[in-house]
Design a protein around this ligand. Structure first.
Ligand code: ATP
Ligand code: MG
Length: 410
């Protein structure tokens, strides 16, 4: 990708209406465009990051047997009424063309839709277990939408649902999902803390959240410094400095961001929507269900909150929009050659080929956009030299061009 061809541009000024660091850098870097409060467009750079996060999630969900699908955004009243979730505050209602009364809500969660679909395919215990997921935009009325991409009113979510013949089978799968979630977050460069939290809408049981320690986080959790056992403030009796309920460590109060969570929904949805199966003895039973969510935009924003400096984003290589940010200084044909070589060998590279920008401006943009490796080819260098710098380090070195391939292993 040549910067001269990119239709978006970086912005120097901090946007006046965004307090959150993630939104400031994402908007300044040309990753996202704010259309309305809590509603963002993904621009070409932003979409590249989001798609990398999506692919990491896909790989890990597929490994635990998740089958990818895609459900409608328009969710009809008939799905939500049986679970009493039709007229909840959270929903944006779609206006019907000829009726005063809305009959669709913009999907904010899809338990009901998939449970209803499953009623057509599940008859016996032999049809279980299975799990299916989608990556799709959700729509929610959010009271406060000032955390940038951390809390959108329209946001992309991966929602997986699992269906089981017994509680034990769900419990097993829940553990698998937990491991898969750790892997997803680790691969995205995040250290997630598995946290016991309150039940969701209509759940009396506990749920589990994956929390990332960050000052801007809206959640407060108590984390053991030894075993990392954690409880959310909303359910805990723990206070800062208390003994851990699981080991001899002490818990610490920490602000955090919930990047994902997993729910044991039991038979609530299956009973409400008529999802039953025949067990081995011919008894009719409701299917036991789990639900597992990850916010993709929230993951992207969280990475920025925990990995930036005053000049911009520091992406982990796994989700960076490009691995290499190549800059050409002064009039030279060598940079173009390097670009073509990288491009041909399949390295994802953004090439700042602009002739009307100063070195200072190009360096500032590279820091703002945050790709892991910066390469500079200048008219002043001898033909076989190239300057190399990691975004996460200060050190700049000039190396032989023939040697830089080994720096491209991520
Ligand atoms: P929160 O307590 O932060 O509102 P939630 O409990 O409503 O989250 P879920 O409904 O379980 O979240 O959604 C699953 C995941 O989707 C969350 O863990 C989070 O990563 C993401 N998510 C939820 N709401 C938003 C939002 N408004 N904007 C961006 N991501 C969100
Ligand atoms: Mg919520």
């Amino acid at each position: 990708m040549k910067v001269s061809k990119l239709f978006t541009k970086t912005i120097r000024e901090t946007p006046a209406d965004e307090e959150a660091i993630n939104a400031q850098f994402l908007m300044r870097g040309g990753f996202v465009f704010k259309n309305s409060a809590g509603v963002y467009s993904m621009l070409p750079l932003g979409l590249r990051v989001l798609q990398k996060i999506a692919n990491i999630i896909r790989e890990e969900m597929n490994l635990i047997g998740g089958q990818e699908m895609f459900m409608p955004t328009l969710v009809e009243k008939k799905y939500m009424e049986p679970t009493n979730r039709w007229d909840l505050e959270v929903g944006y209602f779609a206006k019907a063309k000829s009726e005063k009364e809305a009959s669709f809500v913009l999907g904010w969660s899809h338990e009901e839709v998939l449970t209803s679909i499953a009623t057509k395919y599940v008859n016996s215990y032999k049809d279980l277990p299975f799990s299916a997921y989608q990556i799709q935009n959700k729509f929610r009325h959010e009271a406060r939408a000032k955390s940038g991409l951390l809390r959108g009113r329209e946001f992309m979510m991966k929602d997986l649902y699992s269906f089981h013949a017994s509680q034990e089978d769900l419990d097993d799968y829940y553990e698998k999902a937990r491991e898969a979630y750790y892997k997803v977050f680790k691969r995205c460069g995040l250290d997630a803390i598995y946290t016991v939290a309150a039940g969701g809408v209509f759940t009396e049981k506990f749920t589990h959240e994956f929390q990332v320690a960050a000052e801007v986080g809206e959640d407060t959790i108590y984390v053991c410094s030894e075993c990392k056992y954690a409880e959310n403030k909303e359910i805990t009796k723990l206070a800062d400095g208390n003994s851990c309920p699981k080991c001899s460590g002490k818990v610490k109060e920490t602000q955090s961001i919930e990047v994902g969570n997993i729910f044991d929904n039991g038979t609530r949805y299956s009973e409400a929507l008529g999802l039953y199966f025949m067990d081995e003895n011919g008894n009719k039973k409701p299917v036991v269900m789990g639900a597992y969510g990850i916010g993709l935009g929230r993951v992207m924003a969280t990475v920025i909150e925990v990995s930036h400096d005053d000049r911009g984003i520091i992406w982990p290589a796994s989700i960076a929009p490009f691995k290499v940010h190549l800059i050409s200084l002064g009039k030279n044909t060598e940079a173009e050659k390097v670009y073509n070589e990288l491009h041909e060998s399949g390295v994802e590279v953004i090439y700042d080929d602009r002739e009307d920008k100063s070195a200072g401006e190009k360096f500032a943009d590279a820091d703002l956009i945050g790709c892991p490796l910066r390469l500079v080819v200048s008219a002043k260098m001898s033909e076989d030299e190239i300057e190399i710098k990691k975004r996460s380090e200060k050190e700049v070195s000039v190396i032989k061009r023939s040697e830089f391939a080994k720096h491209l292993k991520f």
